[in-house]
Design a protein around this ligand. Sequence first.
Ligand SMILES: [Zn+2]
Ligand SMILES: [Zn+2]
Length: 340
Amino acid sequence: MLAMRIEKLAISTASQSGRSRMHPLCVVLAACALLSVSAALLPFPGQAQANPASTAIRVTLLGTGNPRPAMSRFGPSILMEAGGQKLLFDCGRGATQRLYQLNLPFNDADTLFLTHLHSDHTVGIPDLWLTGWVMGRKVPLRVWGPAGTKDMMSHLQQAYAFDVHIRRDVDEQLPAAGAQIQAHEVEQGEVYEESGVKVTAFLVDHGLVKPAYGYRVDFGGHSVTLSGDTRASENLIRFAQGTDVLIHEVLDLEAYREADKIYTPEQINKVIAHHTSAEQAGAVFARVKPRLAVYSHFVPLDAPNVLAETRKHYSGPVEVGEDLMSIEIGSEIQVHRPAR
Ligand SMILES: [Zn+2]
Ligand SMILES: [Zn+2]
C-alpha cells in the first residue's frame, strides 16, 4: 500500500512539472523521498514489487536511448509482462544485460517483436539469442517483425553457425531447440494471441523506413500501446484509442540541433523529419488521452525541453522514461523508478 501511495505521488508530481504549480524545491524533496523509499522497498533496481491481484500488465523500459553507445540510456527495448508471459519489443544494445540485471530467467525471454529493422532496434538480437541460450533458454527464440525479418534471422544463423555448431554438437552440447530462431513477418492487424494476451501491429510513419510498426498489447481489460519510431501518426492515434498507457518516442528539437556534431544539416533535417517532436507528441497525447503517457527512445539522449514542449498541447499525466523504470497497469497505474 505504501508503494502504491508513493507512486501515485510520483505521477502527479511529474504531471505537474510542466505547469510549475509546485515549488521546485518541493519537487526535488518529493523525488528524493520517493527514490529513497523505492530503494528500501524494491528488490532490485527498477523491478516493481509483484502485485498480481491488481496488475494486468507490467512494463519495464530496458533501454530508452538511440544509436549513441552511451551508458546513460541503452538501446531501445521494452519488456511487457502479462498473463504469465514475457514479451520483448525491440532489442537494442544492452537489452540482454538489462534482463540479467532484472534476474529474468532467460528461458522466459523467448518472444520478441520488432518495430522496424533500424540497427539501434536490432543489434542486441544475437546477444539475446545466443547468450540467452547459453544462460538456459531451451526453446527457440520467436521473433515477429516487418518484412525483412526472416532474412535477417536466417543471416544471423549463418553468421553464428560456428558457435552454434560447437556449443550444440561438439562441446557443451546445449539443447538444440534453444539455438533455433522462428521468424514471423507481420502486417497490420492482430499478430499474436496466447492465453488472453493479444498483440496488434499497426503501421506508423518513419519516413523512408518502411514498413515500420507500433504495437498494442491488450490483456485483462487493460492495454499498452508502443509507438515504435514514427513521426506524428494518425494511424497510431486510431489504434491507441482507449489505451491505458501510451509509450511514445520523442525528439527534443532544440537540444538535438545543438547536440548532433556528426551529421550534416541536411542529415539532421532528415532525422527530425522522421521522428516526433515533443510538441507534436503532446498533440498526439491530447487526442489519445491515455491514462498515462510515457516517453522512451530519446533523441538526443539528454532532452531537457520535452516536458515544457509537451505542455503546449497536453495537460494529462506524462512521465519521462529512464532505463529500468517500470509501470504497473491495473485499476491503478504505478510508476517505479530505479533506485540510484
Ligand atoms: Zn528508426
Ligand atoms: Zn530508433
